[in-house]
Design a protein around this ligand. Structure first.
Ligand code: DQA
Length: 148
């Protein structure tokens, strides 16, 4: 069986991880996260293709690019667009692929405007509050067979 391909998308400002509000987002950098994801994917018989975009349109393009391919599913942290982007929601739905929504912070323990996610009801699962580790948990959940 060929390795399952997972696309991991990081939204705006996540390129600043490690330097950005470390008391909220931790000190792990995006490069650290992407490296850990690649390592974990390998142990799970998968590969990850990680990308970060600050622009909403670039994220929509990256989501659309999975259509008509053999991509297995997506892990996405849309950053601030989580709370605003109908376009990202629509693109995710269009793919028909399983999606895991990841947030480093527990958005419900923060400002009220972060409590609304426009993708929460169209994703397979959501992981938040575990910091950088949440990406690995999301990847594992996406790739896991049913059952315990
Ligand atoms: C975030 C939470 C968002 O509210 C925020 O805008 C981010 C990061 C998180 O990973 O905790 O950029 O998605």
């Amino acid at each position: 069986m060929s390795a399952r391909r997972v696309v991991v998308l990081h939204g705006p400002n996540l390129n600043l991880l490690g330097r950005r509000e470390p008391e909220i987002y931790g000190t792990t950098t995006l490069a650290d996260i992407d490296r850990a994801l690649a390592d974990r994917a390998r142990t799970l018989g998968a590969t990850v293709e990680c990308a970060q975009h600050n622009g909403e349109g670039a994220l929509v393009d990256a989501i659309q690019a999975t259509m008509g391919t053999d991509v297995f599913g997506l892990v996405i942290n849309p950053g601030g667009y989580t709370h605003t982007s109908v376009a990202i929601r629509d693109a995710l739905v269009a793919t028909g692929l399983p999606v895991v929504e990841v947030h480093l912070s527990n958005v419900y323990a923060r400002e009220a405007f972060r409590h609304r996610s426009l993708i929460a009801d169209v994703v397979k699962a959501r992981v938040m509050g575990f910091g950088a580790r949440g990406y690995l948990l999301g990847l594992e959940g996406l790739l896991a067979p049913d059952g315990v």
